[in-house]
Design a protein around this ligand. Structure first.
Ligand code: NAD
Length: 496
């Protein structure tokens, strides 16, 4: 549980208008334009961020390229990069409350979760890749005796990073940390509704000893600032987390520009499958509720489709509804809130649109469904559950990215697999059963990058997060993510 005293010291702190961070210093946009930042807690203006365009992206990419070519970071010995990244992890920990509260004021995640998932996870990620970087070796190929085939892994150049608003520090770090660890320079474009904690991270990186230009942040709207970064001819890799629609565009931008590599981490419509022989149906009900409603459902891996065996469907649904009714939705800076605010009024309206469409399609609302606490000015929504959902309804197919759970019955293992795989997505899944053989059969058959067995969520930095099908083409986390940011180079040496 977060400390209320530490939160209270920070909750109303004034936030200065925020410039971009380019070449080691803050700067406004050249035309002076800004975007207003509103807090989802109460709908009030928090501050402004600089409204960047192609000009600011050019400056940031030029700074990143200069830094890369000069080699102050890219040519530093791995043990040197390790020291800086570990120092950054320590600084993130020392500023954990500042970063968490700033992020919550910006994006609305409940503070208990934010503290762990944002600075907590970001510090762990920088430490993990910092520790890893001096343990990566090259290879010598098994050639004939008159030749040596050396295979080296080196940095690639300038990495563009574009991230969403749901966990900006955690998701940003999953890309920035391995990209920097490998010796690349980074230009980051955060989401316009969640830029503040990432700007502060970039300042801490300078304090940790990262050379100017190795990590730049340009803020602004996706369609302008993000597009300029994705179309830039001097960006070598684009690492993206966000929606499938924008992911598609990034692939087009790559084709229209320099064929930069594009790594996409996209959405999900993850099935959480409950068999009658789950080791504990109580634990399954609690985890299913947490697995969809934390951060107001704004979690890429959220278990938004609850598939329940017909024999236990009604009883299990009653348990899930009872657990849901225990949740308190409220000010995300109140430690008693289990669920904070939806990130923006647009997202809240989108969620309510899905509620209306589900009712129209014949699903039965059995909990929530409404905006609440509107007198606060903030964007809050009740955790919402629908039953009588068929697998072809819009709410069973499309990612809502809100606190909305569909409950779908199934007859047997085969039908569970068929329903689980019947969307365009393949990000995460949950399987609850005490039958080890069944669990392994399901792991093989369910098309998801991450499969939880008798739990939901909670994976750590040691394992990859990858999407199958239209949930993406890359992976964040683990040593596999480090490989994405390195180039293989062969030296073929004739030794006679
Ligand atoms: P989004 O796709 O609307 O925006 C993501 C980022 O892209 C933002 O920074 C935005 O400004 C930028 N952007 C928008 N238009 C752009 C353009 N034309 N060119 C370049 N950049 C552009 O997504 P969102 O609403 O911020 O985030 C929610 C989505 O992210 C959901 O689909 C969710 O599932 C997904 N997500 C995936 C993961 C994962 O690991 N797979 C994790 C978290 C969130």
């Amino acid at each position: 549980m977060a400390s209320s005293a530490q939160i209270d010291e920070l909750r109303n702190a004034e936030i200065e208008p925020q410039g971009h961070l380019i070449d080691g210093g803050r700067q406004p946009s050249r035309d002076g334009s800004v975007l207003k930042v509103f807090s989802p807690r109460d709908g009030k203006q928090l501050t402004t961020i600089a409204n960047g365009g192609a000009g600011e992206i050019d400056l940031a990419v030029a700074s990143a390229r200069k830094s890369f070519n000069e080699g102050s970071w890219s040519q530093m010995a791995p043990v040197g990069r390790k020291k800086v990244l570990i120092r950054l992890a320590e600084l993130i920990e020392a500023h954990a409350y500042e970063l968490a509260v700033l992020g919550v004021r910006d994006n609305g995640t409940e503070i208990n979760m934010a503290l762990k998932a944002e600075p907590g996870s970001a510090a762990g990620t920088f430490r993990y890749y910092g520790e890893a970087v001096d343990k990566v070796y090259g290879e010598i190929a098994p050639t004939t005796n008159n030749v040596i085939g050396l295979i080296e892994r080196g940095p690639i150049g300038v990495v563009g990073v574009i991230v969403p608003w749901n966990f900006p520090l955690m998701i940003g770090s999953w890309k920035i940390a391995p990209a920097l660890a490998a010796g690349n320079s980074v230009v980051l474009k955060p989401a316009e509704t969640a830029s503040l904690s990432l700007l502060r991270l970039a300042e801490l990186a300078l304090e940790a000893g990262l050379p100017a230009g190795a990590f730049n942040v340009v803020t602004g709207p996706g369609a302008i600032t993000g597009e300029a970064l994705a179309l830039h001819n001097d960006v070598d890799i684009l690492a993206f987390t966000g929606s499938g629609g924008i992911g598609r565009r990034l692939l087009e931008y790559s084709a229209q520009s320099n064929l930069k590599q594009v790594f996409l981490e996209l959405g999900g419509k993850s099935p959480n499958i409950i068999f009658p022989d789950a080791p504990s149906l109580e634990k399954a009900a609690k985890a299913s509720v947490n697995g969809i409603f934390r951060n107001s459902g704004q979690v890429c891996i959220s278990g938004s489709r609850l598939l329940v065996h017909r024999d236990i469907h009604d009883d299990f649904l009653a348990m899930v509804v009872a657990e849901t009714e225990k949740l308190t939705v409220g000010d995300p800076l109140d430690t008693a809130s289990d669920i904070g605010a939806v990130n923006s009024i647009q997202q809240l309206e989108k969620n309510l649109g899905y509620v209306a469409s589900a009712i129209k399609e014949g699903a039965t609302l059995c909990a929530g469904g409404e905006r609440i606490l509107s007198q606060s000015g903030g964007y809050y929504m009740q955790p919402t559950i629908f039953r009588n959902v068929s697998a072809d309804m819009q709410i069973a197919q499309e990612e809502v990215f809100g606190p909305l759970l569909c409950v779908i019955p199934f007859e047997d293992e085969e039908e569970a697999v068929r329903i689980a795989n019947a969307t365009d997505y393949g990000l995460a899944a949950g399987i609850w059963t005490a039958d080890l053989a069944r669990a392994h059969r399901m792991i093989k058959k369910v098309q998801s990058g991450v499969i939880h067995v008798n739990c939901y969520g909670g994976t750590d930095i040691t394992v990859p997060l990858s999407g199958m099908k239209q949930s993406g083409n890359g992976h964040d986390k683990s040593l596999h993510a480090l490989e994405k940011y390195t180039a293989l180079k062969t030296a073929w040496i004739d030794i006679g």
